[in-house]
Design a protein around this ligand. Structure first.
Ligand SMILES: NC(=O)c1ccc[n+]([C@@H]2O[C@H](COP(=O)([O-])OP(=O)(O)OC[C@H]3O[C@@H](n4cnc5c(N)ncnc54)[C@H](O)[C@@H]3O)[C@@H](O)[C@H]2O)c1
Length: 333
């Protein structure tokens, strides 16, 4: 039997994945370009494609791939694949769920501590020696014992709750209208039914929710105003959940003490954005999930999920299971 052709669009985060695909019996083609036409040229006989953001799989590309059985995203997000078009053509889309739990919860704690202790100021002002005269006039904050609010208590939010409750003796309030109550309970978080109730009580706000119609722009001027003066805000989820203009104003007025931002909308944020002029903000370029340990785990998982699907086995995380139920199903028999 011919080896199933697997196209990898841009190298996998951990290139051990390429070796694993070959060892698992794939005919591997890695296309390291942003040019969709070059990828399309490889698709007529491809059974699988792995795609990494920001590259997008469109309906046109699917039409160039009559034998395609599965599209695998590189991580959790599926916004770079036309899911309805895939379902219509009987192509299964799979993603990788839960891999942010360790790295993103750690990164969030790091941003909290860095902002509360003004880490980037400390580094800069030690190098130019200005910090020695200024340091007693600068305010630093402790995380231990803080009242923390976490919006979204999934893999990342609940792990963050666990770390902050057990590691830093924080009181953790959570808001997540869809979570099974056993999850926050096990993590040591108390849940509230209304976001406003959480915002009024916490001095640290962490955003860990998925992006959807409910969470888009969820933290804007009104919500920031509900936070007590001097609060800290960290967003490691998705940029569109927090209105950065409003956050910039709240930082400028001193209502918000500082912020840690891993995700913005758009990415990258234009350099003219007013938030770059705010002093106590620490940015990272959407790197919270990019540890080498997680890249390896996630890559191994992607490989096994792709090989499952091309062999006709149901994957762990199908995004559009209907694709295999309909008349157009391409499930290998
Ligand atoms: N910065 C990074 O590198 C990085 C890496 C991985 C994931 N992420 C992002 O982190 C976020 C959490 O990821 P996860 O793996 O924990 O996902 P998850 O699906 O386990 O958790 C998301 C949670 O958001 C909740 N939610 C949905 N609507 C909500 C609402 N209206 N209010 C409050 N909560 C709501 C869901 O119920 C769910 O519990 C996602 O936005 C994901 O895209 C970022």
């Amino acid at each position: 039997m011919a080896k199933p052709k697997v196209v990898v669009w841009r190298p996998m985060y951990d290139q051990i994945g390429h070796k694993l695909l070959e060892e698992a019996g794939a005919d591997l083609v890695v296309v390291d370009t942003t040019d969709a036409q070059a990828v399309m040229a490889e698709l007529p006989d491809a059974k699988a494609i792995w795609v990494r953001t920001p590259e997008r799989i469109t309906a046109d590309m699917m039409d160039a791939a009559p034998e395609l059985v599965v599209i695998s995203t590189s991580g959790f997000g599926t916004d770079n694949v036309d899911i309805p078009a895939a379902t219509e053509r009987g192509i299964l889309v799979v993603n990788n769920i839960g891999f942010g739990r360790k790295p993103v919860s750690e990164h969030t704690v790091m941003l909290l501590l860095a902002v509360m202790n003004r880490l980037t100021w400390g580094d800069r002002s030690t190098r130019d020696a200005s910090g020695w005269s200024a340091r007693t006039n600068v305010s630093f904050r402790e995380l231990e014992g803080s009242m923390v609010g976490i919006v979204g208590l999934g893999y990342i939010g609940s792990e963050l709750a666990r770390k902050l409750h057990h590691g830093f003796r924080c009181t953790v309030l959570g808001y997540d209208p869809h979570v099974n109550p056993r999850i926050p309970l096990a993590a040591g978080a108390r849940t509230v039914d209304r976001l406003d109730d959480l915002l009024k009580q916490v001095s640290v706000l962490c955003i860990c929710a998925e992006l959807n119609d409910e969470t888009r722009n969820m933290i804007s001027e009104r919500e920031l105003a509900l936070l007590p003066k001097g609060s800290v805000v960290v967003n490691t989820a998705r940029g569109q959940i927090v209105d950065l203009d409003a956050l910039s104003d709240a930082l400028g007025s001193g209502h918000v003490f500082g912020a840690g931002i891993d995700t913005t909308y758009p990415e990258p944020l234009p350099s003219s954005h007013p938030i770059f002029a705010q002093e106590n903000v620490i940015f990272t370029p959407h790197t919270a999930g990019l540890t080498s340990e997680t890249a390896t785990e996630q890559t191994r998982f992607s490989v096994s999920q792709i090989m499952d699907v091309v062999s006709g086995r149901a994957p762990t995380f199908p995004v559009n299971p209907d694709a295999w139920d309909g008349k157009a199903s391409r499930q290998p028999k």
